[in-house]
Design a protein around this ligand. Structure first.
Ligand SMILES: [Zn+2]
Ligand SMILES: [Zn+2]
Length: 298
């Protein structure tokens, strides 16, 4: 897991949505139509992650019939258990579950359920932390998490709580090693699709290969801007991207390093200020849309 993995790995980038719902739970359209819409919008893959709850008959929605030569799906679910420090049921994303994943036990806590998902091979993410005011201690208890949602489009569109960066940075500050993903969490009841995605570097668009790349952190996330390359040469980071207004490195506390300009497509940022500690990259375009790298550790 490193900022550089996606740019050093072999293969090409595949665009996907890792978090979304269908009529398998509380989404407005069925899984076939979800897949059709993402494919039509230019995505290479999608994970339909319905709510794994008794009232929906514990779905791991089977999207395998909607795969074709240029579009694939990863099976998964959003799993739930009691209960966070705010007294709300946990929401935990598990991308890469078998269709026979055992139903949630009444004894199971969020962290235990997350561990069972990880043991089953899933990429596990802490989702929409701002949306339900998830606390740092809660997030730290999900000790198998691969990522935090730095952006959840549904939470942004519906209640202006889509930004997970504060919790992500607290996790990093306190020593967690994880990545960050942008997702739609689309339910198709409002305009909550095509707002945030991952770009996964993989040798092929096969679900197992994509899943392995996700677990290794070979991806970045976006609302629009593309990060073409990030290279490190001693104390400098060289970034190339689509036209940007700001290229920002963020680290511990108030550590930052920035390049601002008009239609920047290249930037060189010194790593001096981040010595001995982590940093992560954010690229912002003229419309305010962002792309996020995974963190870099020394
Ligand atoms: Zn949720
Ligand atoms: Zn969801």
């Amino acid at each position: 897991m490193s900022m550089l993995n996606a740019f050093q790995a072999d293969g090409r980038f595949f665009r996907g949505n890792l978090h979304g719902h269908s009529t398998g739970s509380d989404g407005a359209i069925d899984a076939e139509e979800v897949c059709r819409r993402y494919k039509a919008a230019g995505y290479d893959f999608v994970a339909v992650t319905d709510h794994f709850l008794e009232r929906f008959d514990y779905p791991v929605t089977d999207t395998t019939p909607y795969r074709d030569s240029s579009f694939t799906t990863i099976l998964g679910a959003e799993v739930h258990a009691p209960e966070t420090r705010k007294g709300i049921d946990w929401h935990i994303l598990a991308v890469g579950l078998p269709t026979n994943f055992a139903t949630t036990g009444s004894y199971e806590t969020g962290p235990e359920l997350a561990r069972r998902c990880a043991r089953a091979g899933a990429f596990v993410a802490i989702v929409h932390p701002a949306w339900y005011q998830l606390e740092l201690a809660d997030a730290k208890s999900i000790d198998v998490a691969h990522a935090v949602e730095v952006y959840n489009h549904m939470a942004h569109v519906s209640v202006d709580r889509g930004d997970g960066a504060v919790l992500l940075d607290e996790m990093l500050y306190t020593g967690s090693r994880l990545g960050c993903i942008a997702t739609d969490d689309s339910h198709w009841r409002l305009h909550d699709a095509f707002g945030g995605w991952v770009m996964v570097k993989s040798e092929s668009n096969r679900p197992e290969t994509l899943l392995a790349a996700l677990r290794e952190g070979s991806y970045y996330s976006s609302q629009g801007p593309e990060i073409h390359d990030i290279r490190r040469d001693d104390g400098d980071l060289f970034i190339s991207c689509t036209a940007a207004s700001s290229v920002i490195l963020l680290g511990q506390g108030r550590c930052s390093k920035t390049a601002h300009g008009c239609a920047l497509t290249k930037a060189t940022l010194s790593l001096d200020r981040f010595e001995g500690s982590w940093c992560r990259l954010v690229v912002v375009d003229a419309a305010g849309r962002k792309a996020w790298s995974n963190p870099l550790w020394p």
